[in-house]
Write a protein that binds this ligand. Structure first.
Ligand code: C2E
Ligand code: CA
Ligand code: CA
Length: 729
């Protein structure tokens, strides 16, 4: 038999002391009574245990035995596989005890007349059953295939039934236990000694194996067995069923049943509940810990946004009715990625910790700082007395955070951009305030970093429009909505075609043809431009190759390359792929780079462009003159052409404009570069450009950007136009 071991001693430690005290006191009492009986005749009195007291005792014993059965029967589960045997045995014991009570001397006839022997016989069976059950429990006897509970119940009922039947109808088949006038038979006395022996063995086993069970269980079972031994001793000592020993024996029997009931109740009801309580407490503690870990950032120890959310909710509730009573600040460090890339992530982490400390110091007591992840922090300002309070904090943050951090003897400046949303005006709840503050932060970044921006509803509309645009653009690629138009580039003097520039368009299902000015900036901002740029490159190369295959000689195709494409690291492979797959010679491809994209002076980029150059690809600088004045890159890169920006070309009739164009052409000349004028719209400008030394042009004077299939007609028109103007001169 197996009782599950269980660490919850809590259920019973309080009982331990009374258990042993009760057993010792019972033993002492028995010894005392026995000693007294040696001197005075205690046996003689019959008033000790009258019928009424016997009935009361037995009813009590039957109730307790039934309770043992009930408790065990209703507690199920494989881990208490041992209990059903004991429970069902107690059902049989209860029934046989009932039969014993009904047979007691003085009771009315119950089928056969009551008699001492009838009562003793039932008694003996009940005691043997108890002894055997305790023995089985003590030795943990477990049949290979344990009986099911209903089967055990049937066995118990059968034992009780057969015993009763034999006692009532076939008593002559049973050995005699009591002979009127003579007293107890030796069979009865031997049986009692045998029962005592069984109890002693069980008690010994409980004692030896006490470590195998929970202490309360071992003690309870041992106590029950020892008290049962006392009971048996009383029934050997008595010679009068109404005497003191009979009373004592019956009392011990009840006490032993109570111990067993207590063990069963604790094992099946109280202990599982105690265990459940412990498990629940453990789970609660684990949950609390997990909650802590999930609420605080592991790097900086700052709260996570969820905590800020709760605080914002409270602050908004307190401030109901007042205007702009809370402010959510979205603080984002500018170019933090560069710090990580240059100094490593460990350094970046330490810098973030230092930055968070500095932030914390700059904030008022009532503010709450949280880390939103990465290099982004959130600040909640509450108890704002006036509109200037937020502004003062924001200005202090902008100023102090642009001071350098000194870490590992390095002085590093990482300025911040801050977006501000004021509640409840800009949002009634935290998610709205957070989103609006973030939006404002992006706006701040756009307007030059190291600045702040307050949210307003126009900003919302703008961002929504942009979001709509970006989402549409993402789909545009997969839905094949992008297309290229081509604008001829010509030799001003001869009208000869030099090449075409590929310019992307978006054929939107609702908006119609969308020009790049509307979507390229958004695509550049979120990196989509890399994918779009790759598509443009491939499409332009394959179109140029197919023109060649058709015999239409387009000397080169120029493709615009965005800064992100240069720094993404995939451009070289994309270009090589496009050339290899379309069969276009490298010399027929020109890449238009912008000045600003070369400004970062990335050695990798310069090397990569020079490798492309070595393949035969031509390079030009787009919108020349509008970017930065640092021209160092022109020396490092073997650029072929400078494209003079449209704004200068169109201002050529002003004094300054003319000077600028002339200077660019001269400078290019001295560097051995050619120039191409963009946005040439009339012949006079073309003539002046030619006079200044610029030989190439592109503009509406010659042609607008046109779809690929219209190019040959466009080229024919240009030839016609040049021919006409030559004739005119
Ligand atoms: P861009 O590279 O400077 O392209 C020239 C722009 O000037 C084109 O505008 C063209 O239509 C316009 N243009 C040409 N001749 C004239 C003229 O005589 N007068 C006037 N007023 N405008 C003229 P588009 O096609 O709207 O392109 C705008 C910009 O979009 C381009 O400027 C370029 O920066 C960008 N872009 C276009 N396609 C691509 C692309 O495939 N990739 C990237 N990264 N950018 C592109
Ligand atoms: Ca261009
Ligand atoms: Ca341009």
């Amino acid at each position: 038999m197996s009782y599950q071991t269980d660490s919850s001693t809590a259920a019973s430690t309080s009982n331990r002391y009374p258990t042993s005290v009760l057993v010792i006191a019972s033993g002492l009492l028995l010894g005392l009574v026995w000693l007294l009986s040696c001197f005075t005749d205690l046996q003689a009195g019959t008033g000790w245990f009258p019928l009424s007291v016997h009935i009361a005792c037995e009813v009590f014993a039957i109730v307790v035995a039934s309770l043992v059965f009930a408790v065990v029967w209703h507690s199920q589960g494989p881990q208490r596989a041992s209990s059903p045997l004991l429970g069902c045995a107690f059902l049989a014991i209860a029934l046989i005890d009932l039969a014993h009570m009904l047979s007691y001397n003085g009771m009315p006839d119950w089928i056969t007349p009551a008699s001492v022997e009838k009562a003793i016989s039932f008694w003996l069976v009940s005691r043997i059953l108890l002894a055997c059950t305790l023995l089985a429990v003590a030795f943990r006897l477990q049949p290979k295939r344990p009986l099911s509970r209903p089967a055990l119940l049937l066995v118990a009922l059968a034992v009780a039934g057969i015993t009763t039947f034999m006692q009532l109808y076939q008593p002559q088949l049973l050995p005699r236990t009591f002979i009127e006038g003579t007293g107890l038979t030796s069979f009865k006395i031997m049986s009692e000694w045998l029962i005592i022996a069984l109890f002693v063995v069980a008690a010994w086993r409980f004692w030896v194996g006490r470590k195998e069970r929970p202490a309360w269980q071992a003690e309870g079972l041992l106590a029950a067995t020892l008290i049962s031994i006392f009971a048996e001793l009383c029934f050997i000592a008595y010679d009068n069923v109404n005497g003191l020993f009979s009373l004592l024996g019956h009392s011990y029997k009840i006490l032993s049943y109570c111990f067993i009931y207590q063990v069963m109740f604790v094992a099946n009801v109280r202990a599982p509940y105690a265990r459940l309580a412990v498990e629940k407490a453990e789970r609660d503690a684990a949950e609390k810990k997990a909650q802590y870990l999930s609420s605080y950032d592991s790097l900086t120890g700052l709260p996570k946004p969820e905590l800020l959310q709760e605080r914002t909710r409270q602050a908004l509730m307190d401030a109901r009715g007042q205007q702009a009573s809370v402010a959510v600040l979205y603080v984002d460090f500018d170019h933090f990625k560069m710090v990580n890339d240059s100094f490593g992530h460990a350094f970046g982490d330490r810098l973030l910790c230092r930055a968070s400390e500095r932030l914390q110091q700059l904030l008022p007591e009532s503010a709450m700082l949280a880390r939103a992840g990465g290099d982004e922090f959130l600040v909640l300002l509450t108890e704002l007395t006036d509109a200037g309070a937020t502004s003062a904090v924001v200005q202090a943050l902008l100023k102090e955070l642009s001071e350098p951090f000194v870490l590992d003897w390095q002085s590093i400046v990482v300025p911040v951009s801050i977006g501000v949303a004021l509640g409840p005006n800009d949002g009634q709840d935290f998610p709205t305030l957070l989103r609006n503050a973030e939006m404002a932060m992006y706006k701040a970044k756009q307007g030059g970093r190291k600045s702040c921006c307050y949210y307003d509803s126009e900003l919302d509309a703008e961002m929504r429009g942009r979001l709509y645009l970006v989402n549409g653009l993402r789909l545009a690629l997969s839905r094949n909505e992008l297309l290229l138009h081509y604008q001829p580039q010509v030799d001003i003097a001869t009208g000869r075609l030099l090449g075409v520039e590929a310019l992307v368009r978006w054929q939107h299902p609702q908006w119609g043809l969308v020009l790049p000015g509307r979507f390229i900036p958004a695509a550049e901002e979120n990196g989509l431009i890399v994918e779009i740029g790759s598509w443009v490159l491939f499409e332009a190369c394959s179109q140029a190759a197919s023109w060649r295959a058709q015999g239409m000689m387009i000397p080169r195709v120029a493709v615009n390359v965005a800064a992100a494409q240069l720094h993404d690291g995939s451009l070289e492979r994309v270009v090589q792929d496009a050339l290899a797959k379309t069969g276009l010679p490298a010399s027929a491809l020109e890449l238009e780079l912008t000045e600003s994209s070369l400004l970062e002076n990335d050695a990798e980029v310069v090397l990569m462009l020079n490798r492309l150059k070595a393949l035969g690809i031509q390079l030009s600088i787009d919108d020349f003159g509008t970017g930065y004045s640092c021209l160092a890159y022109l020396r490092q890169l073997a650029v072929d052409t400078l494209k003079i920006d449209r704004s200068f070309v169109q201002g050529i009739d002003t004094e300054d404009g003319h000077a600028i164009v002339a200077t660019i052409i001269q400078m290019a000349d001295s560097l051995g570069l050619s120039t191409l004028a963009e946005g040439v719209e009339d012949q006079a400008v073309a003539d002046e450009l030619l006079r200044l030394g610029c030989r190439q042009a592109q503009g509406y004077l010659y042609a607008r950007p046109v779809p690929a299939q219209e190019l040959s007609a466009t080229l024919a028109a240009i030839r016609e136009q040049v021919h006409g103007s030559a004739l005119a001169q």
